[in-house]
Write a protein that binds this ligand. Structure first.
Ligand SMILES: C[S@@+](CC[C@H](N)C(=O)[O-])C[C@H]1O[C@@H](n2cnc3c(N)ncnc32)[C@H](O)[C@@H]1O
Length: 188
């Protein structure tokens, strides 16, 4: 981790919160398909592989060619077979099939990609790829001053997030405290 809080392969929130707790709360299990939307360096995706196992699948999606090629290298290095890195703009269309995913994660993407109010295609696309009964997990920085992370003006409160997501038909299940972060879980 360098001075900017970036890991070797790029910026990541993964090591700044209790990721094991986040995955337990998501309820991800062996055999599931998991989509990490805006995966960045892919730390959540690489961890998810160990949960979903050989019978499951992990789709790591990012708009950045650099992030995706770096992750593909890491996948090759670790010789993983149950993860696919997909270059795709999630605000446009997500290059995954209908009803193909049990759980979608957006980890510190909503604020970074300025998706609040620019989510016209995002949530319908997430609904399209989620299997009925699937789960949407959104991790964001708490809306408070911290020594790292985005300025307060870019941060999204749980209430604002719920207000943006619920109109699309997702139902809020719970909000999990992750220290500097929170995770909101939705079903549909
Ligand atoms: C702050 S990083 C978060 C990375 C990772 N999810 C994490 O928390 O460790 C935001 C990521 O979202 C990606 N991103 C931004 N806009 C996107 C879009 N429209 N489609 C797909 N990915 C996008 C960026 O390339 C970047 O890798």
């Amino acid at each position: 981790m360098n001075r900017m809080g970036y890991g070797r392969r790029g910026p990541s929130s993964f090591n700044k919160l209790d990721s094991a707790l986040a995955f337990r709360e998501m309820g991800l299990k062996n055999g599931d398909a998991f989509a990490d939307l805006g995966c960045g360096a892919g730390d959540y995706s690489l961890y998810a592989c160990s949960i979903t196992g050989a019978e499951g699948k992990v789709y790591a999606v990012d708009i950045s060619e650099d992030m995706i090629s770096g992750l593909r290298e890491e996948i090759r290095r670790r010789n993983l077979c149950n993860i696919i890195a997909v270059e795709s703009d999630i605000c446009n269309s997500i290059r995954l099939s209908d009803d193909s995913v049990d759980c979608c994660l957006l980890a510190t993407v909503m604020h970074a990609a300025k998706l609040m109010g620019n989510d016209k295609n995002l949530f319908p696309e997430i609904m399209r790829i989620l299997r009925p009964g699937g789960c949407l997990a959104i991790i964001e920085c708490k809306k408070e001053e911290t020594f790292f992370g985005p300025p307060l003006s870019m941060r999204i409160s749980p209430e604002e997030l719920d207000g943006a997501v619920s109109p699309y038909g997702f139902k809020k299940k719970k909000c999990v405290d992750l220290g500097y972060y929170y995770m909101m879980l939705f079903s549909y």
